[in-house]
Design a protein around this ligand. Sequence first.
Ligand SMILES: Nc1ncnc2c1ncn2[C@@H]1O[C@H](COP(=O)(O)OP(=O)(O)OP(=O)(O)O)[C@@H](O)[C@H]1O
Length: 630
Amino acid sequence: MSASASSPRPSPYTNAVLIRRLFGLAWRYRADCLKVLGLQLFLLLLGLSGLSFTGLGIDYIRYVLAQREVIGPVIPFPVGPLGLSLPPSWPPLQVVGLVAGAILSFALLRAVLNFSYTIAVNRLVQERLVVDLRGEIYEKLQRLSFRFFDANTTGSIISRVTGDVQAVRMFVDQVLIQVVIMGISLTIYIAYMARLSVSLTLACLATTPVLWVMSVIFSRHIQPRYAANRQLEEGLIHHFVESIEGAQVTKAFGREPEDRAAFDAKNDAMLRQQQGIFWRVSLFSPAVGFLTRVNIMVLLGYGGWLVIQGQLALGAGLVVFAGLLEQYSGQVNQVATLVNTIQQSLVGARRVFEILDAPIEVAAKPDATAHPRLRGEVRFDNIGFAYDGIDPVLRDIDLHVPAGRCIAILGATGAGKSVLMSLIPRFFDPTQGRLLLDGIDARDLRLDDLRRNIGIVFQESFLFSHTVAANIAFGHPDATREQVERAARIAAAHDFIMALPEGYDTVLGESGKTLSGGQRQRLALARAILLEPPILLLDDPTAAIDSETEHEIFTALDNAISGRTTFLVAHRVSTLRRADEIIVMENGRIVQRGTHDALVRQPGPYLKVARLQLIDAGEWSASPETGGAA
Ligand SMILES: Nc1ncnc2c1ncn2[C@@H]1O[C@H](COP(=O)(O)OP(=O)(O)OP(=O)(O)O)[C@@H](O)[C@H]1O
């Protein structure tokens, strides 16, 4: 569900706003649009020329027959458009051949131009507009905060980047260009028909207002259905994504039949909804087609009478008029498709603009100062944070960490440890108080500078489907193989990497799924270490690692950590005691802080945790009050 869709305020995306924005988008490609339009105009002129020559040919044949007194009295020598005259001295067969040759040449030229037109349109929309728009959305998605991704499902985002972008491009090639072409060609057809006979033109086009009324009614009915359709498709993609990601859980619990039934229900709902659209479109198109056929009926009745009365020529008059009316009707028949496409593209455009316009909550100030290298001093100054702006998950956090200190964080699940750490790289901004780095408000630092100074290992690490070496060097692509290996050794990853089929050049499966959880974490550690950042955030990085390997990693990490400001979420006392200071969190507050030795001497949550673990390890020798921990 999109952020704006859930908002009680009316959507800012009215049809007028969307159309204006789409025009703005097309304006960026005006040179290509003009080229496409020019080609279409030329095609139109060629079509008209072919038609005029057909009329001229018929009138010439009629003239020859009249001269030979095969039909009625002698009629004047026919004159073509723009006063063009056929050579009167030529034998009739040659003249007819000349006319046929001209018509053939026009048709050939039209075929070549049609080909160029198709290429030009494809280049405009598929090679430029769609590629640019997808790139813009991708770029925007990278800058959007985590709050956006919490509010929008993966399915919704995927369907916007794929289907909705195509709907936007349809506005350019199938609506905008078509409307201009339609406008120009209908004007030319009407003007040409009116030049032949004003009364016949008025009679034949009498059904046009009915058509416009029908189009407006159709638009009003179909647009909400397309919007609902996109929502249903979004739900379907969301189901797909979740069922692929959660395949293991579904199988483990034997829930495949229920999963299949849930999918079928969504699939059916979408089918029924699409059928609703299909029926409406299927009814509208033939209704438009029928109206345009009525015109032909009028033409034959009234136009035929005008010819018989001698008020209209047969070839250059009635035949050309019939050809023009046919072309006119063909264009008007497109109205059904056009109205349908407009509604689809408006729905798609709204969904694309919702992403492009989504506020970037975490952004650097325009006058943010450059600080390529921080020392690493971190101060939480009376910080509070609430995801929803109402219920705080962090309260009154005051914490000063001088550069180079290691702070371990202990707390029950949901205590706020990860949120606290996520404020340092500004994944979120505090809703109260300030975060200072080297004494500077984090909001005054350039965002990329800030993040390049921080190495992070999350609870669960994401790896890309590149080589092991490329994953370790992700934040420092120019690193040498020696640097990569050194980081891997510190993270206790070198030995298992060397056991992989291609060592450091082994390409990992999707999201690193071919590795165990502990192996993935060690690669993520190596990735963070390689950056040599002044600030390291380690969010329970060894949760998936056995205690022996954890010990191995932390012995090696001691080197990497020393001299860096480190925030380390851990649950094992053996790890916590390595820190310069330990903070204990409960319900979003810091409830205890101090060194391991100090904390085991005072009653409180740390003592409880430490006592249990140290007793288990056989290291607890006396009462805590006397500092009995080993
Ligand atoms: N994206 C989110 N939207 C809303 N609330 C969230 C979100 N992420 C976490 N929370 C809530 O914030 C609180 C703190 O979560 P946090 O992840 O910091 O806990 P934690 O101490 O790191 O726990 P754990 O040890 O289980 O990782 C929890 O109550 C959690 O439900």
